[in-house]
Design a protein around this ligand. Structure first.
Ligand code: ATP
Ligand code: MG
Length: 393
């Protein structure tokens, strides 16, 4: 019985959402639909690229996964090839590491249930061997010149389009780079390279479309190169859900999964008040509630009975790690910010040496602060503020 109810739990805060349960974000999805239709039919090729930006856990990866599933299932009159490239610091140590990760993920990402793609599996493995012949991804004693590496990469992608994808009548190749800020941090010139590579490929008739994610500061970090790179993307910033959207994020998975669980309107309002509509926290709370409930109606009473336990669970799983990732002085800054009455604070209100650096690290590297346009900061979530203050008392 226990296992049976666990299996029906459609909430999973630790993973991007299952595309079947994806809700909201209409604007970016519509733009995606228009882009791929337009670009597949346009001659000469003019691919549109999309950047999905936002803070920690707001749903960036989920949007890319949804794009991928739309390209395969919904736009089936379009023959698309999609590759999902998951970046992390080690895959972005230098441009060569980035290129080999891209190459490996292009290979891995073909969706085997798609007969068309299955047919090109064999050609793709030949392509991998070929890119190795070109020298991409090989361990080298001497560091390959960056410009040499990028031109080999461009050549390999041209080869992939002309000799493998185009002959199979593929109309668009969708490359999704998740967390591109890792590259921007280690090698800002890499973003500039990406733009020039894909711009040239488009001019040569290779229809690669780029979909990238990163924090809002992604384009700011590369000020020197920002202009041309920025213009290369249609940018969308993801925000917290409003009350109605929070309701959808809760009700749709409950219904579609056949969970046998229902949530009262008052419970949705409580969850909205506590989470402010942050998708990760909504899923976290719902995941626990569904586990506790098993089957039936989640009432406000049931919610009140379980909220303390769930709050502890969030602390253990998220907030303790957040604090652990901060140095001692960074923690001091976090506590000072939490104690202030106003949620938004100016750097002048914080009394710590070297605060400019500390605030920058806490917002850009660790995602624990959010920087507003006016140079003010706030903690990334009110529940985190509450947690910090509770530790003090
Ligand atoms: N559109 C959505 N519909 C429903 N749930 C969502 C949606 N977007 C995100 N979520 C929920 O929020 C959680 C975080 O989403 P996701 O991992 O996509 O965020 P992210 O911005 O990529 O996070 P990170 O900053 O860690 O990379 C997911 O587990 C999912 O449960
Ligand atoms: Mg992500």
């Amino acid at each position: 019985m226990y296992l049976e109810t666990m299996a029906k739990n459609p909430f999973s805060p630790r993973h991007p959402i299952d595309p079947a349960y994806f809700v909201n974000r209409e604007e970016v999805l519509e733009s995606f639909g228009r882009s791929i239709k337009r670009s597949a039919k346009s001659v000469p090729r003019k691919p549109d690229n999309i950047a999905v930006l936002g803070g920690w856990g707001i749903g960036k990866t989920s949007v890319l996964k949804k794009f991928e599933s739309l390209a395969v299932d919904e736009f089936d009159d379009l023959k698309a090839f999609t590759a999902f490239i998951e970046l992390n610091p080690s895959a972005c140590q230098n441009i060569e590491a980035f290129i080999s990760r891209t190459r490996d993920d292009i290979q891995r990402s073909f969706l085997s249930e798609l007969p068309l793609i299955a047919k090109i599996k064999r050609e793709l493995s030949d392509w991998r061997v070929k890119t190795l012949d070109l020298g991409i991804g090989l361990e080298r004693k001497e560091k390959m010149m960056e410009s040499h590496a990028t031109s080999l990469f461009e050549e390999a992608l041209r080869d992939l389009w002309r000799n493998i994808l185009e002959p199979k009548d593929i109309e668009a190749a969708l490359l999704m780079f998740d967390d591109l800020h890792y590259l921007a941090r280690n090698y800002p010139g890499g973003l500039y390279d990406i733009r020039s590579i894909f711009q040239k490929l488009a001019m040569d008739g290779c229809n690669y479309m780029l979909f990238i994610t990163g924090p809002e500061t992604l384009f700011g970090e590369i000020r020197d190169f920002a202009e041309p790179f920025t213009r290369f993307f249609d940018r969308f910033k993801l925000d917290f859900f409003n009350l109605e959207e929070t309701g959808k994020a809760i009700q749709e998975p409950l219904q579609l999964s056949g969970s046998g669980v229902k949530a009262d309107e008052a419970v949705i309002e409580n969850i909205y008040d506590l989470t402010q509509g942050h998708p990760y926290f909504i899923h976290f709370i719902m995941c626990d509630l569904v586990d506790y409930k098993g089957k039936g109606r989640i009432t406000e009473n049931f919610f009140d009975e379980h909220w303390k336990k769930i709050a502890r669970h969030i602390e253990r799983e998220k907030f303790e790690d957040d604090l652990f990732s901060a140095s001692e002085t960074e923690r001091k800054a976090l506590h000072q910010i939490a104690e202030l009455h106003s949620d938004v604070v100016a750097p002048s209100e914080i009394r710590i040496r070297g605060k400019a650096e500390i605030l920058k690290r806490l917002s850009e590297d660790k995602g624990l602060l959010i920087k507003s346009g006016r140079g003010e900061y706030k903690l990334y979530h009110p529940l985190f503020k509450e947690y910090l203050n509770q530790l003090k008392s």
